[in-house]
Design a protein. Structure first.
Length: 272
């Protein structure tokens, strides 16, 4: 994106397959340490809207070792993680220049947006991701629960393909914000939630989330993102479980979103 204009010249499809191992050690009653190493293989494909002048990243293997520390006491849960990513054979990607030679990387608009995000930058074959999270839930009688959560997600040497991409199925999840549009180098967020259980037939949880986040390709400033979210799950027909989310963005990159609203539905069916 440049000034909230989508730069389709560099549109890329990405597929990633991941496998890994984890080993945990219960160091004390309330403290555990987990070491992990994941191996992922990335495939990149230029879309029909992208231009040939946009040089693609390589398809290849990534190695991601990491460490996680978790401490729980009196209902509080603290979790901290750090992961180091190494991309084997990584190479530069992007446009050599933004000259407006059709159908080149430049824009044909009379007032073109900043397109520096399309330019080739120094390749970052290695990058670091780190995060810390503190949360607590409160149970009010049998069928009611509330709680809060504060967290920070950051990193070093991040680029377009190693930044955080919040969505319904990834971590971190930026509650209340439509998924699949924004990416960030750093996110600081907090949320409060309150939910109840209707006789084990319907579980509903409402949430307000507030975040400050930035993408260094766009600005050094942390921008405000906040929204509302409603989560529910209930038994469905034929032994299924229905789980859904409805969210509404209050603040964020509103101009980029097709709608402030987002809806997500999952249907689970146990295999017997």
């Amino acid at each position: 994106y440049g000034n909230n204009t989508e730069l389709l010249q560099g549109e890329v499809w990405t597929w990633e397959q991941t496998i890994g191992v984890r080993a945990s050690w219960q160091a004390a009653t309330h403290l555990s340490v987990t070491a992990s190493s994941y191996f992922s293989y990335d495939n990149f494909l230029r879309t029909y809207q992208a231009v040939e002048q946009y040089q693609m990243p390589r398809n290849g293997l990534n190695i991601l070792p990491g460490v996680e520390i978790k401490y729980t006491r009196d209902g509080y849960v603290f979790d901290a993680q750090v992961t180091r990513g190494e991309r084997i054979g990584w190479r530069p990607f992007g446009c050599v220049s933004l000259t407006q030679t059709a159908p080149g990387c430049g824009s044909s608009s009379p007032n073109p947006p900043p397109e520096n995000a399309l330019l080739i930058q120094n390749p970052q074959s290695g990058f670091t991701l780190y995060s810390a999270d503190l949360n607590k839930d409160y149970y009010i009688r049998k069928f009611t629960k509330g709680g809060w959560d504060v967290s920070y997600w950051g990193g070093n040497q991040l680029d377009r393909f190693s930044r955080y991409f919040p969505s319904f199925l990834t971590t971190p999840r930026l509650h209340g914000i439509p998924p699949g549009t924004d990416s960030f180098d750093a996110i600081a967020m907090a949320n409060v939630h309150y939910g109840f259980n209707v006789m084990d037939l319907l579980k509903i949880d409402g949430m307000y989330a507030y975040a400050r986040a930035r993408n260094l390709d766009e600005s050094l400033r942390f921008r405000k993102f906040d929204g509302l979210e409603l989560n529910f799950n209930t038994p469905g027909p034929l032994g299924t479980l229905l789980q859904g989310t409805v969210s509404y963005a209050l603040n964020g990159n509103i101009e980029r979103y097709n709608s402030r609203w987002a809806v997500y539905m999952l249907i689970f069916k146990p295999l017997r």
